[in-house]
Design a protein around this ligand. Structure first.
Ligand SMILES: Cc1ncc(COP(=O)(O)O)c(C=O)c1O
Length: 438
């Protein structure tokens, strides 16, 4: 059945021994922080029909500020493009524009929404852009930078731009051997020089930069590696004049929020292997901890290391702006979810009035987020499975609750749930809740 079992066996053994990829800790301080503000949330729960999303502008502002301040301190030529795919609610988008940042979009639909808000600049990145989407980009050449995804797209946009006589600013997305499945996007770094020359054939394309994106980067290492590779490539393959035409290097998003949620032991690499072995041998496994934190860099660590790499490898050879496309590191903090206890089936089995269609995926089977009982607050957690009210057992919010007890109608808050939840929401069985401003 398996061709390369011996190599896999070796990997299995390494993973089983690996105990260092995660760190212990808890989120008691987060519970305390939100319990301090509990009156505000309780008032909202009285005024609105549960369940609902809460937009928390104060927390969003803090996240934007922290990110912008820390990154610009280390990288003065930084431009921030908020990745709206992580949460496109108008409250977030208008706030981003109001505080002077830009928007990163990935479809014509997102572009249409962003353009109405008139941010200074919009990056349009994504594979397989349709003719309609490219036409829309051409309507907004005053603010759009099109990150081209392939040679085919170059000729398509080149032809369209010439037809409409509209000059468009552009970048080219590249991937390197580090990118794995993410090599679906862009062209191989090795083709960059050919692409750059090819683009010069299109008078209405103003190619200005290079874009690269890596997802879920726990630390700055992937950014550093890719900066090094791009710089090495440019030194070998681009003349000084060609290098001078590069106006931006766009490093994408992928920055992880710092310790806002944990990962359950069975979802760690080691835990998954142990679980699979236990299942195959009909054994029950009890994990010793309920969650761990992934080793994620702080903002300071990301910014400092990326700045070092930029200063060492990029700045001496080309003078360009650095773009970033942060999504989750900003939107995580912008929204919380409020639910009520609909039924206490036993002390260990709680049913809430909201299903995980609110967040669109079975996130909390894998990840831990604190569930706070605002009606019966406590800084210790009661073990209980908190289900939603959908007709599926995967409808789980968590396996414990910061509560002194659990009763019907109790108000529950799950803080910092703004990223890739509201975006993924779906009308599965239940309708979608409202977004309420705090
Ligand atoms: C091109 C691009 N930029 C930015 C992002 C935002 O990533 P994150 O939310 O991890 O910062 C994504 C997410 O997939 C992306 O594909």
């Amino acid at each position: 059945m398996i061709k390369n079992l011996s190599t896999i066996k070796k990997d299995f053994n390494t993973i089983l021994k690996e105990d260092t990829a995660y760190i212990k800790g808890d989120l008691k301080h987060l519970a305390k922080y939100f319990f301090k503000r509990q009156d505000k949330f309780i008032r909202l729960a009285k005024e609105n029909k549960s369940p609902f999303y809460i937009f928390d502008q104060k927390e969003f502002d803090i996240a934007i500020n922290n990110f912008a301040k820390t990154f610009t301190r280390y990288i003065p030529r930084l431009k921030i493009y908020y990745a709206m795919k992580s949460n496109p609610h108008p409250y977030l988008l208008t706030r981003i524009v109001k505080v002077g940042h830009n928007i990163d979009v990935s479809s014509g639909r997102e572009l249409a929404i962003a353009a109405k808000l008139k941010p200074r600049s919009i990056l349009f990145t994504g594979p397989g852009k349709t003719e309609d989407e490219l036409q829309l980009a051409l309507k907004h050449t005053d603010r759009v930078i099109l990150n081209i995804d392939s040679f085919t797209e170059l000729s398509r946009i080149g032809r369209l731009a010439a037809k409409h006589k509209r000059k468009i600013s552009a970048g080219i997305r590249i991937f390197t051997p580090l990118h794995g499945l993410w090599s679906k996007f862009g062209i191989p770094l090795n083709d960059l020089s050919t692409f750059w020359k090819e683009a010069q054939k299109y008078p209405y394309i103003d190619l200005q930069g290079i874009q690269v994106h890596m997802s879920w980067s726990d630390n700055a290492e992937p950014y550093i590696k890719v900066i090094k590779e791009i710089s090495k490539y440019l030194m070998l393959n681009f003349s000084k004049t060609h290098r001078a035409s590069i106006k931006f290097l766009d490093l994408g998003g992928g920055f992880m929020p710092y310790k806002t949620e944990g990962i359950h032991p069975w979802s760690t690499k080691q835990g998954a292997v142990i679980n699979a072995i236990a299942k195959a041998s009909n054994k029950q496994i009890d994990f010793s901890d309920s969650y761990y934190f992934e080793k994620t860099a702080t903002l300071e660590e990301y910014a400092k290391s990326i700045s070092n790499a930029v200063n060492t490898y990029i700045a001496p050879n080309l003078s360009c702006d650095i773009f970033v496309e942060p999504g989750r590191i900003l939107s995580t903090y912008a929204m919380h979810i409020l639910l009520k206890v609909a039924d206490v089936k036993s002390t260990k089995k709680i049913i809430t009035d909201g299903g995980i269609n609110i967040i669109g995926w079975e996130k909390f089977e894998e990840y831990y987020a604190p569930v706070l009982n605002l009606t019966h607050p406590s800084t210790t957690e009661i073990p209980c499975t908190i289900f939603g009210s959908l007709c599926t057992p995967d409808d789980i919010w968590g396996y414990s609750c910061f509560a002194s007890k659990m009763e019907t109608d109790d108000i529950l808050l799950i803080p910092y749930q703004g990223a890739y939840t509201y975006t993924f929401r779906q009308e599965f069985i239940k309708s979608l809740p409202n977004v309420v401003k705090l």
